[in-house]
Ligand binder design. Structure first.
Ligand code: SF4
Length: 165
């Protein structure tokens, strides 16, 4: 009888199936604002070929993307726009901060530069470097896939409600 309490076998397998499909088809939303955007383009081009990881469909609509890749400097004036784009993405969604500027403002310790995009949106993986190499972004993408694999498909509060927490 114990086998039928809690997360049953069928539900567990369904979760794994959803996560497996989701992790094999991330739809990135490229948000390049500065030089890091060039490295992002390199990662998408044939030399590095992000398509090898199922991410060959960059979306320029937030409603049709689940991995926001923010590559480049964000000014304080742009911060509300970045937040709005993040809000427009459907759940579940993940964020990669690509490069020193996105992670911490980088060398631009100025009044007008946002000192890290995590001040306005949650970040799942940080890619260090100025500029970061395309390999760094691909590694971050693999880390996102690892996260998807271990998460409840409904994520966050909804998952808590389903599990009665
Ligand atoms: S981290 Fe370096 S390469 Fe990337 S946007 Fe900032 S200054 Fe440019």
């Amino acid at each position: 009888m114990e086998a039928y309490t809690g997360s049953g076998w069928l539900l567990t397998k369904l979760e794994q199936l959803v996560n497996w499909g989701r992790k094999r088809s991330p739809w990135p939303l490229p948000y390049g604002t500065a030089c890091c955007g060039i490295e992002l383009m390199c990662a998408l081009a044939s030399g590095y070929d992000m398509a090898r990881f199922g991410a060959e469909r960059p979306s320029f609509s937030p409603r049709q993307a689940d991995v926001l890749i923010e590559a480049g400097t964000i000014t304080k004036k742009m911060a509300p726009i970045l937040r709005r784009i993040y809000d427009q993405m459907a759940e579940p969604k993940w964020v990669i901060a690509m490069g020193a500027c996105a992670c911490s403002g980088g060398v631009f310790r100025t009044y007008s530069t946002l000192q890290g995009i995590d001040l306005v949106i949650p970040v799942d993986v940080y890619v260090p470097g100025c500029p970061p190499r395309p390999e760094g972004l691909l590694y971050a993408l693999l880390k996102i896939m690892d996260k998807i694999d271990t998460e409840h498909p409904l994520r966050g509060e909804i998952a808590g409600l389903v599990e009665g927490k």
